[in-house]
Design a protein around this ligand. Structure first.
Ligand SMILES: Nc1nc2c(ncn2[C@@H]2O[C@H](COP(=O)(O)OP(=O)(O)OP(=O)(O)O)[C@@H](O)[C@H]2O)c(=O)[nH]1
Ligand SMILES: [Mg+2]
Length: 211
């Protein structure tokens, strides 16, 4: 399954320039997602959808990955329009993974789980959500919430979706997959999110050294 990383936003809430290039423990944010995708066996080609708002991201990807990760220039300013454009530009006609550049805690195991669930879900598309309680436990106040298929539980989009590349011009019937891993809930929108993420990664590092 091919993957497109959306990386053409303004990063206005973080306010530190191009968000995909903002450093987290010495590495640009987008490299965390790319490294995870490269270590996920079920993932094929990787594309990054940049925009006029992210020229540094475009040149960084071109230089660092030297054609192994492909850059797609999109118009910017329209997430869905740019996503559709990128799928067509990449000529992807199978199911594909669309994700954001600001999910540094994502792991190959989680992605494999999502892809496995997709394969048996019986719908053309799947969206991944976090329960609102997981976001709240991390101190995140989400700006978008959904009511989970009338189950009375509030869920928050994680920024990870699978859709059928063959039919991107139409809204696709989707399954909501709700997973409570903090790795899906913690995306970087603000300076506080960046600090939270830093704390978690440093804590994990310290634990792995002491074990
Ligand atoms: N190509 C493209 N990517 C986008 C667009 N809007 C957002 N993105 C990317 O999608 C991901 C999630 O978006 P946001 O978290 O809102 O990031 P952002 O738009 O840069 O940040 P804010 O300005 O604070 O909303 C990020 O990796 C963005 O770079 C867009 O219009 N076009
Ligand atoms: Mg945005």
């Amino acid at each position: 399954m091919d993957a497109i990383i959306m990386a053409g936003g303004f990063g206005s809430r973080l306010g530190m320039g191009e968000k995909p290039c903002v450093e987290l423990l010495g590495k640009p944010l987008i490299t965390y997602v790319i490294d995870t995708l490269q270590r996920t066996g079920s993932i094929g080609d990787i594309y990054v959808a940049v925009s006029p708002a992210t020229p540094r991201t475009a040149s960084f990807i071109q230089e660092k990955y030297d054609g192994k990760v492909m850059v797609i220039p999109t118009g910017g300013g329209n997430y869905v329009g740019d996503m559709v454009y990128a799928v067509k530009a990449a000529c992807i006609t199978d199911p594909l993974l669309i994700l954001m550049a600001d999910l540094p805690l994502l792991t190959p195991e989680l992605l494999e789980k999502v892809i496995k669930e997709y394969k048996t879900c019986g719908k053309p598309a799947m969206s991944i959500f976090s329960p609102i309680c997981v976001c709240k436990s991390l101190g995140i106040r989400p700006d978008t919430v959904f009511n989970w298929e009338g189950k009375g539980e509030l869920i928050v989009p994680s920024g990870i979706n699978i859709m059928d590349g063959n039919d991107v011009d139409h809204e696709q019937d989707y399954v909501s997959l709700v997973l409570d891993n903090i790795e899906l809930a913690l995306n970087i929108n603000t300076v506080e999110d960046l600090q939270r993420c830093k704390d978690i990664l440093l804590e994990r590092k310290a634990e792995s050294i002491s074990n």
